[in-house]
Design a binder for this molecule. Structure first.
Ligand code: SAM
Length: 284
């Protein structure tokens, strides 16, 4: 049985299969047993759960997930890892590896008609963290939680509070659909090869209902994206540049909602964006 957290073992496997780490695919493999156990524990994986992993790499986290007895599906883009995964995961009949780009994979199709919600656990490729997370959040109705390793600075953005430097459109997109918390900071020395920055594990519990009610979700996201398009400018300028909304309309909305005409997008909370959405829906 392989010890997949042992760097010399990883090297041996890579040589055996004539494989190199692909930097372009974010291949930084986890080598810390405690962090792996923490991810599985924090994701609260139980026997009979349905688990989705994105980017199994050589299978170090996949094996931990499989050992719980859960039904695991792991989507890996790199076909040169397939023979390695066949070997490192042999003996587990509760794991299915899908060789595909997650960004082109339909999560619903993967799991078919299960009436149990899916738990996601992954050490994400950092070059594509936000698009993957947004794709997962679009599937909020079939996912109950997402436990992911991301760059520390991304983790700070996902969990930021109003107004700070980390607070942005992604913070609001996440808080609309989930409750996010950083559960652990992970130094770069826990990976092979070590990335340039530290990482963090973030646990997102998907909310049963969105955090705010709006009549048009698309408009809410248009305003959020537009509101952060020009961070250093007023909301009026930012919404004009980022969402094509006439400045007079934003001014009217700000007056009606009791905000200064000079307010910036980063000063508004999710509730404020929801109120703006309703004002625009009713008045323009
Ligand atoms: N899970 C392993 C671990 O913890 O050691 C590997 C994690 S590594 C940070 C990210 C993995 O995601 C790599 O194996 C990479 O090939 C894979 N990957 C990158 N882009 C992907 C995509 N679009 N769809 C699926 N997998 C992807």
């Amino acid at each position: 049985m392989y010890n997949l957290t042992d760097p010399s073992e990883i090297r041996r496997i890579m040589v055996k299969y004539d494989k190199n780490f692909k930097k372009s695919l974010g291949q930084n493999f986890l080598t810390d047993e405690e962090v792996l156990n923490d991810i599985v524990c924090c994701a609260d994986i139980k026997k009979d759960d349905f688990v989705l992993e994105i980017g199994p790499g050589i299978g170090v986290l996949t094996r931990k997930l499989a050992e719980t007895g859960a039904n695991v599906k792991a989507v890996e883009i790199d076909s040169s890892l397939m023979p390695i995964l066949n070997e490192t995961l042999s003996g587990f009949d509760n794991v299915q590896i899908i060789n595909a780009d997650f960004m082109k994979t339909d999560v619903f199709d993967l799991f078919g008609n299960t009436n149990k919600k899916i738990k996601v656990a992954a050490n994400l490729p950092y070059y594509i963290t936000t698009p993957i997370l947004m794709r997962l959040l679009e599937n909020k109705n079939i996912i109950s939680s997402i436990t992911i390793m991301v760059q520390k600075e991304v983790a700070e953005r996902l969990t930021a509070k109003n107004g700070g430097k980390d607070y942005g459109a992604v913070t609001l997109a996440v808080s609309y659909r989930a409750k996010a918390e950083i559960t652990r900071i992970v130094p770069s020395s826990c990976f092979m090869p070590p990335p340039k920055v530290d990482s963090a594990v973030v646990h997102l519990k998907i909310l049963d209902e969105p955090a705010v009610k709006v009549s048009d979700e698309k408009m809410l996201f248009r305003l959020i994206k537009g509101g952060f398009a020009l961070r250093r400018k007023t909301l009026q300028n930012s919404l004009f540049a980022g969402a094509g909304i006439p400045k007079e309309q934003t001014l009217e909305a700000l007056n009606a909602l009791g905000f200064s005409p000079k307010i910036r997008g980063e000063a508004l909370s999710l509730e404020d964006y929801a109120n703006l959405t309703e004002f625009f829906e009713k008045n323009f």
